[in-house]
Write a new protein. Sequence first.
Length: 201
Amino acid sequence: MTALTGRTITRAWPRPRADFPVCTASDYTPALQTFRPQKGGPTLKRIEVTVNGVRREAEVEPRQLLVYFLRETLGLTGTNVGCDTTSCGACTVLLDGESVKSCNLLAVQADGREITTIEAMATDGQLHPIQQAFHENHGLQCGYCTPGMIMAAASFLEENPSPTEEEVRMALEGNLCRCTGYQNIVKSILAASQQMSGAKA
């Protein structure tokens, strides 16, 4: 279940960053949820983004990838790192409602924009219909790719609420699963589309 909600802390591999500014609890201002790295580090750029409905401000390296900003700066570890080459889709999030691979975007490119991660899909403890469908239809095994699959499906179903099986498979071309044959993933998304379409009717 934790793979569905993104509440586990998982990493593809240890990634020590000697050049990444050290921060402590005192570096955060809860009111604005602002991150202030210690001085003396590399040149930083201030960005402001809305993440899961919450305004966030931070100073980031211009080269920092969005996926590491989400994971390491904001602590949103549901967005996984699988390949760092845009091949697997484990890092998929929504940027202004569109699915993007956050290992292929710089954090500064998200300045002034709205980001949604897997952590925001459930509401008041209730799974999103896509999450529920993955749970009911066994659409996951190890769960590592699941957050990216769910975010990609959310964007896809927003554009195509009643897809065919072939359309679902084509939409998932950019998301890889190394455990399954995709059958239950496709089944889950089709089930979610039916439930979501019925709820809107």
